[in-house]
Design a protein around this ligand. Sequence first.
Ligand code: EPU
Length: 337
Amino acid sequence: MQIHTNKDLSSLNTLQLRSQAEHFAELHSEQDVRDILNDSSLRKLSWNILGGGSNLVLPSTVRGLVLKVANQGRELIGEDHEAWYVKVQAGEVWHDFVQWTLQQGYWGLENLSLIPGTAGAAPIQNIGAYGVEVKDTLWEVSCLDLQSGENKVFSNKECHFAYRDSFFKQEGAGRYLVWNMTFRLPKKNVLHLEYGDIRKELERQQLVAEPRTIANAVIHIRQSKLPDPKVIGNAGSFFKNPIVSKDMRDTLLQSHTDLVSFPYQNTQFKLAAGWLIDRAGWKGKKLGPVGMYEKQALVLVNHGGASADDVWKLANQVSLDVKNAFGVEIEPEPIRW
Ligand code: EPU
């Protein structure tokens, strides 16, 4: 395993921020991880784990050691009359894995097509789209404990999944390296069409709802609304949809009759942050080299040459304007290194 110094990370983060890692290595095998753990000079450094770099805001210099998870592999490891058990290694590209499951005839992940990033990042923030989250079918996550070097398996329950959150983003951050995971994909075909424009898109294309056509509809909808990170730097949704009380939502509805909200866990409501940012006047607006995307106000885009400071300056201004306009706090989704 090679340790690189002053490694350029610009092409390894989808916001395309200019950034350099003091030290950098790729992890292809468990042995690579153990070699690093056994090296006393590397052990002294601070470590940061990199997947697809699609949910990160990187500083111009990342101190210490950046470890890029690069293990590959996906396979059916079991099957009973109720479900398929499919295992994927953390370094696989998430979208490629989802398309592979569909080609093999295993369904359940179709709504999560075209989400950027690696499979290993999926459980960390419990990725979700169009009414489906990773937590719905994740069976277990196998990690390497970066303190002891041992393997540790977490059941779905032990991952403490919540909206864009998990144990790995909270208490487990920095200690457990997600190494592979197994999905339990039920054979009973439950299709999720109720969220977003999926049904409309299928009708437009005159297609019958089935996993493959849903995946294609999702791909089409995402491509029409979300910027391709290869073309324009972005990290997907930059803010989480805020969760508020019913009272708060009712009060807001009185003054903003077109407010977009969805019931959340019986007593609360999730507000569409994209709508709030849009109505606060930020859709398609720029601040320096960054801006909020013209077709989806929730996505912060890098028009070229931006630094982390530019990103946070805009993010703070947008949050402040939303707070002043609606009295609601919005919280960034990407992780800050
Ligand atoms: N809206 C506006 N103006 C905008 C953007 C959105 O008025 O500029 C309104 C829309 O009209 C819609 C509502 O806000 O009524 C919600 O928008 P959308 O359906 O596009 O979904 P979202 O809440 O903005 C979430 C996820 C996305 C996921 C989509 C589809 C979060 C933070 N974001 O976005 O996830 O793809 O739903 O399920 O939960 C991501 O996390 O990176 C991501 C892209």
